[in-house]
Ligand binder design. Structure first.
Ligand code: ADP
Ligand code: MG
Length: 144
């Protein structure tokens, strides 16, 4: 199994509902290392570019409105199989379908305001991590 990096976002609802720590704690307990982290209120251009693949979807405007409505916590998680493991910890996109004990089942309000983002493949992880972080902002983290 390869060591991967993936982009994780605690979305604005996760911040305003006080779940930053809950999300980070779940990642750390699962053995994923936070190797980069910052809080940022996204501009419309940053959110539109990040979600470019969804630009034709009818929820795109609503998604950009939501993602720019308050600060996000942006993170790069690193570890074995980090991309799929982060998605497992988050749960399904719609909290109604998310498995019990996942971030979205426990904290999300709706399919739109769903608390967390995680890259879905190696190619999207590479694009998404570089969208928000320079190489010099990524740290080496070794557990003791
Ligand atoms: P995921 O975040 O699980 O990878 P998608 O990539 O399909 O899900 O969608 C990106 C984001 O767009 C979702 O996390 C959610 O915030 C929003 N979204 C997806 N589907 C809908 C929908 N039907 N209505 C409103 N917002 C949606
Ligand atoms: Mg997605």
């Amino acid at each position: 199994m390869a060591i991967e990096r993936t982009l994780s976002i605690v979305k604005p609802d996760g911040v305003w509902n006080g779940h930053i720590g809950d999300c980070v704690s779940r990642f750390e307990k699962a053995g994923l290392n936070v190797v980069a982290m910052k809080m940022k209120t996204l501009s419309r251009a940053e959110a539109e570019g990040f979600y470019y693949v969804h630009r034709e979807r009818k929820f795109f405007g609503e998604l950009v409105d939501f993602m720019t409505s308050g600060p996000c916590v942006l993170m790069i998680l690193e570890g074995e199989n980090a991309i799929a493991r982060n998605r497992d910890i988050m749960g399904a996109t719609d909290p109604k379908n998310a498995a019990p004990g996942t971030i979205r089942a426990d904290f999300a309000q709706s399919i739109g305001e769903n608390t967390a983002h995680g890259s879905d493949a190696p190619e999207t992880a590479a694009f998404e991590t570089s969208w928000f972080f320079a190489g010099t902002e990524i740290n080496k983290v070794v557990r003791r």
